[in-house]
Design a protein around this ligand. Structure first.
Ligand code: NAD
Length: 370
């Protein structure tokens, strides 16, 4: 195995699995996957942008390990996560004559991972799948934890399943071809881990964030490993989001409102919305007297320095009626009986769930947010 590779385990009993982080893992994917196979057949699912870069290496590696492989390519982008594309994907995979022992392999970002995982959860009532995440966001977040799903016209990820992969191979070499903007969007999720429960990690990111985003190998590996370790620990303690897993949604309720406003389009990437959402959560917590203003300024300063949007004006979203944003927030999956739940900070490295956030305060805050 290549130098500089680290491993950790998601402890979920007989559904537990390894996360492998390091360079050039796709070259060795066949050897990693082979011991997990019940049948020497895999179906790779990827997208048309990722495939030209990394599919040939994956094919070679599987062939060398004596594994029969088929491939389905999807169009890139969030639109692929709809029912029509899912139907086509399911029938294409079934068309290869798969059996319960066949393994699916997701080679791509969060879109490919979510859709492939959902195919794994549902085809033949459940077949194994492996994640090979190729965006930073997918490496530190979406490939770990077993949330799979697709979108409907009524909202994002409304059809899905908790279904864990058998292995995650986070090959850090692939990030060299990822557009800078996508990389930074993934970085926002890394910063999230520091903000929710590890102030020391956030302080480290303040020093080393640039090295992470410049893909300096040691810094990048530490950032991905630390993020995956925290997600693995939280998921192991609360797989179905009945408790602490909700803390991973820090920044997401504000972010979701902004994504809804921008139509989940490339105008605002998911990670960018989360970054901005985290800053708004800090600002709102300052307004409620939960946290000091200097903490909020520190978060904004760091995300600013990294090149992420930290004000609504930076993405042309000022002047939206507060009622409309509030209505978007009210459609979040975390809403209970119309009450808005927010994850809010007590300080950097410590957040909590506030059920039934004060609506009037929130409306005033959103009306003034710029
Ligand atoms: N399951 C979860 O727990 C979870 C968590 C967070 C987000 N998500 C989901 O993840 C999705 C977003 O994922 P994403 O940000 O990875 O977006 P994505 O999958 O759309 O990838 C972003 C773009 O980068 C391209 N790309 C991917 N890897 C590349 C590479 N190495 N080089 C060049 N281009 C590359 C893709 O083709 C795509 O155009 C959303 O649908 C979101 O709902 C799921």
């Amino acid at each position: 195995m290549t130098d500089g590779v680290e491993r950790l385990r998601v402890e979920l009993g007989d559904r537990g699995y390894e996360i492998v982080v390091g360079p050039r893992l796709i070259e060795n994917a066949g050897l990693e996957i082979q011991p997990l196979l019940r049948r020497r057949q895999v179906v790779i699912v990827s997208d048309e942008t990722v495939a030209p870069h990394y599919l040939p290496q994956l094919h070679d590696s599987l062939s060398e390990a004596g594994i029969v492989h088929h491939t389905v390519l999807l169009p890139p982008g969030e639109e692929t996560k709809d029912l029509d594309h899912f139907g086509q994907l399911a029938e294409e995979i079934l068309g290869f004559g798969i059996e319960r022992g066949t393994m699916l392999v997701a080679l791509g970002g969060g879109v490919v991972g979510d859709v492939t995982g959902f195919a794994g959860a549902t085809l033949l009532r459940g077949i194994d799948f492996v994640q090979i995440p190729t965006t930073l966001l997918a490496q530190v977040d979406s490939s770990v934890g077993g949330k799979t799903g697709i979108n409907t016209r009524l909202g994002k990820n409304l059809i899905g399943a908790f279904y864990q992969p058998r292995l995650v191979l986070a090959d850090t070499t692939v990030l060299t071809t990822l557009p800078r903007r996508e990389l930074l969007a993934g970085y926002a999720e890394i910063a999230k881990y520091g903000l929710i429960r590890d102030a020391g990690f956030f302080a480290w990111l303040e020093d080393e964030g640039r090295a992470v985003c410049n893909l300096a190998p040691a810094a990048l590996r530490r950032a991905v490993m630390t993020s995956c370790a925290m997600k693995a620990e939280i998921v192991a303690g609360d797989e179905r989001e009945e408790g602490d897993r909700a803390l991973l949604n820090f920044g997401h309720t504000f972010g979701h409102a902004l994504e809804t406003e921008t139509g989940f389009s490339s105008r605002l990437l998911h990670g960018e919305a989360v970054g901005l959402g985290m800053v708004l959560a800090f600002d709102f917590a300052v307004r409620l007297g939960l946290v000091g203003a200097e903490e909020s300024q520190r978060v904004r300063r760091h995300l600013d320095e990294m090149g992420l949007p930290t004000r609504l004006s930076m993405i042309g979203l000022t002047g939206i009626p507060a009622e409309r944003l509030l209505a978007h927030m009210g459609k979040d999956k975390k809403v209970r009986d119309g009450r808005i739940t927010l994850i809010l900070p007590r300080r950097i490295g410590d957040v909590f769930v506030m059920k039934d956030a004060p609506r009037d305060e929130l409306r005033d805050f959103l009306a003034e947010a710029a």
